[in-house]
Design a protein around this ligand. Structure first.
Ligand SMILES: [Fe+2]
Length: 392
């Protein structure tokens, strides 16, 4: 995130001696995800961050692919995913390609007995239900309904939930996730026409330094395998850090919609981008105001991209019978558009309360076994008039 942030007091000159209050030196760690040229932060640890005691038996968490080559529109009933106690167990990959894993989770319990680190994917967690605190080596982030939690790969974290009723949509991205480049100037500052700005970015706070030694379990995910590591010191032993690279939160409710006289295309909803996908936020907004405007979207052929839409709240105007927590997949190569009656229904409407997250992977996604467990049969036929069950 290109906003400089710091917690704690550090020495005037980097890479020089920085003494702990009780003697000895702090240990520097440069933390970035793109060599020495990308965003980075400099962390000062109480203990060396390299003290591995043990690596116990690893196990596969590779998504199980049911359909490798798909060209069928799908509808997944996300809220039918069964809640599970453990945070990592609860995470179920649904749609996957070489760039990202898109999944759902309904964790009931906070992460208490171990820490977690995704070693090769940035994680973007959208909080549909629930609230709590993300504890990281950078400090704490309080989260709630509507938050996108952006966690750069390599961040060690624990997650605390206030209740057992939690619903998460998550994306694991093998490339960094940024805010859209076109909304930033050459120095990284967000431009005046951007739908959000730096003020809307919630950064870590309340840095606590744990000077503890013993046995600390960190489950490290890499290349589809979970490696249980045992470290000799508490991973949250950072006393001071500064830089441009850290976990942060952006609330979907801080996304200011861009509207127009005639229908505006999906890029106006863009919130994040990675190398091979974009993420968009559909938020409550006024509809198009040309006297003959059609607020429903026109049919389009997304030849070079699959399109996923995750329905959060409100009445989604272009779809019939859509419920909260559902995911639609409209694969590249198949034109898609509003359901029967939706175009006519939208005419004359002034505003929408719809809330949804769209993910457009540029490479086709594969369908997992978990996804097929909550798949609505024959969704791909739902544009046929005679199959419509409800029309307003
Ligand atoms: Fe679309």
């Amino acid at each position: 995130m290109p906003i400089y942030h710091k917690l704690g007091n550090f020495p005037q000159k980097r890479h020089t001696q920085f003494e702990k209050p009780n003697g000895g030196l702090y240990y520097e760690q440069l933390f970035g995800t793109e060599g020495f040229h990308g965003h980075a932060s400099l962390l000062y640890h109480v203990h060396r961050p390299t003290q591995v005691k043990e690596i116990t038996k690893s196990y596969s968490v590779e998504p199980k692919i049911a359909i490798g080559k798909n060209i069928k529109s799908l509808l997944l009933k996300g809220f039918e995913l069964k809640p599970q106690a453990d945070f990592l167990d609860s995470r179920k990959p649904m749609l996957v390609n070489k760039d990202c894993i898109i999944g759902l989770a309904a964790p009931q319990q906070s992460l208490t007995s171990y820490f977690y680190k995704n070693a090769d994917a940035d994680e973007l967690i959208f909080v549909h239900r629930g609230s709590g605190v993300l504890y990281t080596m950078f400090g704490e982030l309080k989260f709630k309904y509507g938050d996108y939690i952006n966690i750069p790969r390599g961040t060690v974290y624990k997650i605390h939930f206030d209740t057992e009723d939690n619903r998460l949509l998550y994306v694991e991205s093998f490339d960094p996730i940024f805010t859209p480049k076109r909304y930033r100037n050459e120095f990284g500052q967000m431009l005046e026409h951007s739908p959000f700005c730096e003020r809307d970015i919630k950064r870590p706070e309340n840095l606590k330094t744990y000077d503890e030694q013993g046995e600390f379990d960190i489950f490290i995910k890499k290349r589809g395998v979970m490696f249980p590591y045992v470290y000799a010191n508490h991973p949250f032993d950072v006393a001071v850090w500064y830089g441009y690279h850290y976990p942060y939160i952006f609330s979907i409710f801080n996304f200011e919609p861009i509207t127009g006289r005639i229908h505006m295309p999906p890029p106006i909803h863009q919130t994040f981008e990675s190398k091979n996908f974009v993420i968009c936020s559909f938020v409550p907004r006024l509809y198009d105001y040309h006297p003959q405007a059609i607020p429903a979207p026109y049919h389009h052929s997304n030849i070079d991209s699959d399109e996923l839409l995750y329905y959060v709240d409100g009445d989604f105007m272009s779809r019939n019978n859509i419920q909260k927590g559902q995911i639609t997949l409209h694969p590249g190569g198949i034109p898609h558009g509003p359901h029967p009656g939706a175009i006519e229904r939208s005419i004359g409407k002034r505003e929408t309360e719809e809330l949804a997250v769209m993910i457009d992977p540029f490479n086709p996604v594969m369908i997992t076994e978990e996804a097929l467990k909550i798949d609505v049969k024959d969704y791909y036929k739902s544009w046929l008039e005679e199959l419509e069950t409800t029309k307003n």
